[in-house]
Design a protein around this ligand. Structure first.
Ligand code: COA
Length: 136
């Protein structure tokens, strides 16, 4: 977690290395190039308010280093989170997506649900995105 803070601080503007779901269940995935963290995402089992009956995995703080964008790193991380969800018997992934990243999630198979809202953690205007977990 601490090793990813530099990237998250630079890309997402994190002020401190806190996790969004701080109950001990959060996991963190990163891609590294040598010793450099080039992409990171956090995730945890967490019910989705838009589909509360389905076992779900929430992910947040997806960040890819600027020099490595557009090469599939984000898609690979999302696929890795989906693998974790599938293994845990979950059927959807969901996130609070900043407007500039919604197109990325849609390109990766997400659908946008509901109206824009202000994320109480980041203060940004977000959209809720849901992705099916194939085979989940
Ligand atoms: C959004 C982000 C994670 C995407 O990571 P990436 O590694 O550049 O994305 P990929 O190369 O895996 O792209 C996968 C697909 O999404 C598309 N895509 C990537 N970023 C996009 C964007 N901002 N808008 C629309 N489409 C996008 C790519 O063209 C690609 O489509 P294709 O496979 O059909 O050609 C990365 O740009 C980033 O870290 N941005 C800043 C932080 C951020 O916004 N994080 C998300 C917080 S909610």
């Amino acid at each position: 977690m601490e090793a990813t803070f530099g990237l998250r601080s630079g890309v997402l503007g994190w002020a401190e290395p806190a996790t969004r779901i701080d109950d001990g269940t959060a996991s963190h995935l990163a891609l590294v190039d040598g010793t450099a963290v080039i992409a990171v995402v956090s995730h945890a089992r967490w019910p989705c308010p838009d589909a509360p009956e389905q076992p779900a995995r929430y992910f947040w703080a997806m960040a890819v280093d600027g020099a490595h964008r557009g090469r599939g790193a984000g898609r690979r991380l999302l696929a890795a989170v989906a693998d974790r969800a599938r293994s845990a018997g979950e059927s959807i992934l969901w996130a609070d997506a900043r407007a500039s990243a919604v197109g990325f999630y849609v390109a990766c198979g997400a659908r946008v649900v509901g109206p824009p809202y202000v994320d109480e953690v980041t203060g940004l205007t977000d959209r809720r995105v849901l992705l099916p977990v194939d085979g989940g």
